[in-house]
Design a protein around this ligand. Structure first.
Ligand code: DC
Length: 643
């Protein structure tokens, strides 16, 4: 499993124009409609993400022609028009909810057996209300499991149309699916939503995109839609930036007292999620609109809110995270239905807020968040992009926040972490190196500094120890430099906090035994080993985007351009005392002898010996506490880390 991604805290307020990709919801509606239309449409502002690629693939799957340039976000789509899709045909929606649901309804307008499938996560998301509605419209459906879950075979014979009802408080994707299919029906469709309505802005969005492509839709009271038959006509269409994606950038500004501008979005947007900015305004943020752009500035103190998010529920995790930094509690209401999203988003948000130390609790239709002090944690993401992105924002103000399986953001915002990073004024990675002899206190101090600044530690000594252990276990002659060098290349050494694994096996304890301590100096003198490990150390640092590296040659060889170089020393008796205290293997006398020997070997070896970098700050830890040393380091970093 990939190392959880560390989020670098924001230390000074910033002012930035956010990069926000095109709207996922509009992209998928426009792609589908263009794929069904008569003629060739030119789309721009298309989002490149897993979900939109799923839709693009699906429309090609049912016979449309699509030339998509994902780099420029443009597409030329020639729709199937008067030649409805014909089975046998299988269309795979992968993980995309809109793709799966929309296709299910649209498939009914074709002919023959058309199978709609998705990945495991999508298969487990129920579609029973939609299949019931399709049956009411006379569509014959069949499923290998139950007709409430994909895969489902639509035995299509053209959609006659007629009157149909759907509950208003389930996924609006179901209603959108029926609406999208409706212009392709023979008699038109009258759709009534019963009961309470949720996510109505998504229905308005569906209707607006349909109208842009020539459909005739009449809407009454927000709950009744009458769609005339007649199909879709191609057009040129510009997709707005994604308002849900923008919510993370706005939240980032809100919690750090910064300013963020999002271009291409106005209060008149088709996307309900623009409302999120209004909630932040209620919490104390200043929101300005300049024509087609939003500007939001975070307040010095955020207030809690009581907010009903039923119309823009994708922003629930984002608001949950912002609420953690408010001065008073927040209640989120009206969103019981988001338990069926990529994750149970109520449970996920509450669980992860608790993990970072916030007192949060679930309610039937939302949650309550009582702000308090936060703590570092590895946030779990449940393969849900919105949980990953929301908690990444939290990490901007909570040092030590790491995001597990962070790649799941690709579902809707593959460049999310780059976009978040780009908001920081101090974009250069913070690399702190701590070199010095054994027992100088490097490990303890590195951990304490890392904790204070929200960074990860790279214990390079542990890497040399891991190689020494493996060589001993395989009975490789330590003096055979070539052989030990080859061994180093073949090992997968993973460092995770103070845990060390070799090819998946936890060796954190064994590498600290006297036997390994004795062997490691020889291994560390081997230039082949040093070369392999040096590249791994640099790769680790760039993957983490900064960190605290401790060792012997961090400042001199591995990270010559580090932000701050510390060389730690302590007198040898003090070091021997510390060593003897932390290991059952060593008496004071043993420790003293061992240190003398290792100091000698480490500093006299030919390759990358232990040495002070010219620009290192020397700290003698003999009479200093860990806290004093950390304060000194924070002081040396100055404005780079001042909150
Ligand atoms: O810090 P430590 O005691 O865990 O380091 C183990 C050995 O590895 C030690 O003898 C020095 C060597 N080492 C090195 O040569 N270069 C480094 N960057 C880190 C450790």
């Amino acid at each position: 499993m990939a190392t959880p991604r560390l989020i670098r805290p924001v230390t000074t307020p910033f002012s930035a124009v956010a990069t926000v990709p095109g709207s996922k919801s509009i992209t998928n509606r426009a792609l589908l409609i263009a794929g069904l239309a008569t003629g060739t449409s030119n789309l721009s502002g298309i989002l490149d993400a897993d979900d939109t690629r799923a839709m693009a693939q699906a429309i090609v799957g049912f016979g449309a022609r699509a030339e998509v340039d994902w780099n420029t976000g443009t597409a030329k789509v020639t729709g199937i028009g008067a030649a409805p899709m014909a089975g046998p045909l299988t269309l795979d929606a992968n993980q995309s909810g809109t793709t799966g649901r929309f296709l299910l309804a649209v498939a009914a307008t074709g002919s023959g057996a058309i199978t709609i499938d998705g990945d495991e996560q999508l298969r487990s998301r129920p579609v029973g209300d939609l299949t019931d509605a399709l049956r009411d419209l006379g569509v014959r459906l069949e499923s290998t499991s139950s007709t409430t879950e994909l895969p489902i075979v639509v035995h299509a014979d053209g959609l006659r149309g007629g009157e149909v009802q759907l509950p208003g408080d389930v996924s609006s994707q179901f209603a959108s699916a029926i609406l999208l299919a409706a212009p392709l029906s023979k008699e038109g469709v009258a759709l009534t939503l019963s009961g309470e309505l949720v996510s109505t802005p998504y229905l308005d969005m569906t209707v607006e995109v349909m109208r842009a492509f020539g459909a005739t839709v009449d809407q009454y009271d927000g709950s009744k839609f009458v769609v005339a038959p007649g199909g879709y006509v191609a057009c040129d269409y510009v997709i707005e930036p994604d308002a849900s994606a923008a919510s993370y950038m706005l939240a980032a500004a809100a919690i750090t007292g910064s300013t963020v501008v999002v271009e291409g979005l106005s209060p008149l947007s088709l996307q309900g999620d623009v409302e999120f900015a209004e909630v932040l305004a209620q919490m104390g943020a200043t929101v300005r609109h300049h024509g087609n752009s939003f500007e939001l500035t975070g307040p010095s103190v955020l207030a809690g809110v009581d907010a009903d998010l039923r119309d823009f529920s994708d922003t629930v995790p984002t608001l949950g995270v912002v609420a953690a930094f408010a001065s008073t509690p927040t209640t989120i209401r009206g969103v019981g239905f988001i338990r069926n999203k990529e994750s149970d988003r109520i449970a996920a948000t509450v669980t992860e807020l608790r993990r970072v130390g916030i007192d949060a609790s679930e309610t039937e239709d939302g949650m309550v968040i009582r702000p308090g002090p936060l703590e570092p944690a590895v946030v779990q993401t449940y393969d849900d992009h919105r949980i990953a992105m929301a908690f990444a924002v939290l990490g901007l103000r909570n040092p030590g926040t790491r995001i597990a399986d962070s790649h799941c953001v690709a579902k809707t915002f593959p460049e999310f972490f780059a976009a978040l990073d780009a908001l920081h004024p101090d974009r250069e990675p913070l690399v702190i190196v701590i070199d010095g002899p054994a027992g100088a206190g490097k490990s303890t101090v590195s951990k304490a500094i890392a904790e204070r600044l929200g960074l990860m530690v790279l214990d390079t000594g542990a890497m040399y120890r891991a190689v020494a252990l493996s060589a001993l276990e395989r009975q490789i002659d330590l003096g055979d430099w070539e052989a030990v060098g080859e061994l180093t290349k073949s090992l997968r050494i993973e460092l995770d906090g103070s845990d060390v694994r070799i090819d998946g096996t936890d060796v954190s304890a064994v590498i600290r035994t006297a036997k390994v301590s004795q062997a490691v100096s020889v291994v560390a003198a081997n230039p082949h080993v040093r070369d392999v490990l040096k590249h791994q150390q640099r790769a680790w640092m760039s993957a983490q985007g900064g960190g605290v590296a401790e060792g012997r040659d961090m400042g001199t060889v591995v990270f010559p351009d580090a932000t701050l170089k510390i060389f730690m020393t302590a007198n040898i008796e003090e070091r021997a005392k510390r060593r003897a205290a932390e290991s059952v293997d060593f008496s004071f006398a043993d420790a003293l002898a061992d240190l003398r020997r290792r100091d000698e070997v480490d500093s006299s070896r030919a390759h990358d010996p232990l040495a002070e970098a010219d620009d290192a700050v020397v700290i003698d830890s003999t009479d200093l506490s860990v806290g004093e040393i950390v304060d000194k380091v924070v002081d040396l970093l100055g404005d780079l880390v001042r909150p």
